[in-house]
Design a protein around this ligand. Structure first.
Ligand code: GLY
Length: 255
């Protein structure tokens, strides 16, 4: 059974953190409708959607991926790099404690889950404005006993590593080669985004399909030409908050 933990969009979403985007008017009702459509797609693809407690006072609370990294046998509770986001982890920790042993990123180190790309026993972690080198070392020290190999990775141009690259099949990465080196992923094939859609590398593989934002039609064509089944979601308002399709859920396999 696959549980997808989500959280409702905060009424304060327009006050979210922004790193690489200019702030522009954001329609919170529209963002809520987009998030509900996304939750419906998660359900259609086989996940059981459970909402975490609402955090109306935390603008970025909907981006639950940044609060934890869930692996088969352990979960990492992060310490997000934006101080405004650090209170988001408490409710995530409470819920995940029922499913996995937990390890933690400890102060002063910081790490956002959006910088963590899991590929089997390899875990690529992007060095970013949110994720520090000492956090990567802490994660490596705590996950090595579980048999994981942690690989630090440089990238540019975007907020999180998974804005630049996501794993869309067992042996395939979708990536923006202007933001991350394809050669970093030894043993994986690379499918590149359409250059007109630099933000199109964030995709979520689930239930035999790939969830991808509706407005990235050119990259969608590349995914379909590669034989993938694409399920689209609207992400116009959420994208103004530097969202992605991986950010809005935490996937947990349970017996
Ligand atoms: N607004 C998403 C983030 O900056 O964390």
């Amino acid at each position: 059974m696959l549980i997808a933990y989500t959280r409702e969009v905060s009424p304060a979403l327009a006050d979210c953190e922004l790193t690489h985007l200019e702030r522009e008017p954001l329609d919170v009702a529209g963002a809520r409708a987009e998030h509900e459509a996304y939750e419906s797609v998660l359900e259609r693809l086989g996940a059981i959607v459970r909402r975490l407690p609402a955090t109306p006072h935390l603008p970025d609370g909907v981006f639950v991926e940044d609060a934890a990294v869930v692996l088969d046998d352990v979960a990492v509770i992060t310490r997000p790099g934006a101080p405004s986001r650090q209170p988001e982890t408490a409710s995530v920790e409470t819920v995940l404690a029922a499913h996995r042993p937990l390890v933690h990123v400890r102060a002063p180190a910081t790490l956002d889950g959006g910088d963590v790309l899991v590929a089997g026993r390899k875990i690529y972690i992007g060095l970013s404005t949110r994720t520090s080198r000492d956090a990567i070392q802490q994660v490596a020290d705590q996950l090595t006993p579980y048999g994981y190999i942690v690989i630090p990775l440089a990238f540019t141009g975007c907020l999180h590593l998974k804005s630049a690259v996501t794993r869309i099949a067992d042996d395939l990465m979708l990536l923006n080669p202007a933001w991350v080196e394809a050669d970093a992923f030894i043993g994986y094939r690379a499918l590149t985004i359409d250059p007109a859609e630099p933000h199109a590398a964030n995709a979520l593989a689930l239930g035999g399909a790939v969830i991808h934002p509706l407005h990235h039609a050119r990259t969608r064509a590349r995914l379909e030409d590669a034989g993938l089944t694409v399920v689209t979601v609207p992400q116009v308002e959420l994208a103004k908050a530097e969202s992605g399709v991986t950010c809005c859920s935490l996937l947990v396999e349970v017996d």
